[in-house]
Design a protein around this ligand. Sequence first.
Ligand SMILES: Nc1nc2c(c(=O)[nH]1)N[C@H]1C(S)=C(S)[C@@H](COP(=O)(O)O)O[C@H]1N2
Ligand SMILES: [Mo]
Length: 337
Amino acid sequence: MLIKIPRSSDCSSSQITPERVYLSRRTLLGSSLAGLAIASLPAGARAADTARYAGVDPGKAPGWFSDKLAQARWGAVTAGDEAITPYKDATHYNNFYEFGPNKGDPADNAGSLKTEPWSVVVDGEVGKPGRYGLEDLIKQSQLEERIYRLRCVEAWSMVIPWLGFPLAGILKRVEPTSKARYVRFETLRDPESMPGQRSGFALIDWPYVEGLRLDEAMNPLALLAVGMYGRELPNQNGAPLRLVVPWKYGFKSIKSIVRISLVEQQPGTTWQGLAPSEYGFYANVNPEVDHPRWSQARERRLPSGLFSPNVRSTEMFNGYGEEVASLYSGLDLRKNY
Ligand SMILES: Nc1nc2c(c(=O)[nH]1)N[C@H]1C(S)=C(S)[C@@H](COP(=O)(O)O)O[C@H]1N2
Ligand SMILES: [Mo]
């Protein structure tokens, strides 16, 4: 299937590393897994980014992942000249409440998550419902590297090189019926491996749930990620399968997905349920609509410290307006935050 990515975030063909080049680079680097991570950089990547990839922990790389990686389309979407966030920040400054409320908790606690084998239930308004093994679900899709900005509703941001599959292709394969209008996603519920789900203080009614309108889910930018930084997803980043919706606040990008349901009605979602006046269903990045307790006009780009806070202006739709603004024509974005 051919998916047309609009110009602004598309890349020139020179940025796609042909497999031959990729394989020879891999040999050059002694085919170490850390080398794999560096090999995944788009040709012409800056020295600084190469240095950042050098710190990538190679991971365990299950068989299906290595097979997909060898056929991947590198640099399918890039973030222009914006620097990739160091791997260390992307894996040690996380929100994954199932593993605790603090930014370091997921890195400390998510080791207990068992990601293999993994299956995803697909149900609701689809022609091909069922419980799919992860490998089966993605079997026919080509792995793509996409470098996206990630903007959290808490006003920090990162630039992350994801590895994943366009959500649209996978949805089409399970054949949504004419009644399907929304997609609902659910995270694993397993209090045994997820200490946050055992805590009596947690406000969240587990499992974590998110949703998209079907046309949003079909937008070419919506990605189901299985990896990042040239390796499979670390547990704290939502292994083995997570959503990435780069034009929306980070909480829409639900982690460790076990269920995808095509539904008629707009699904209730976790953060909207917790505080509907603060977090909406749409959650499009919008510098003009403030959170009731803070401004959304600016963001801290990680790495960010006391002496170099690295603050920048937040862009409408996180800079992806050319690709997604038409989804919302006629919608009052102040009411539908
Ligand atoms: N299941 C689940 N998914 C989740 C969250 C969570 O707590 N649980 N946090 C969300 C929030 S608020 C953000 S900002 C991103 C963070 O992704 P990262 O840790 O990979 O940067 O994950 C989102 N997905
Ligand atoms: Mo977030």
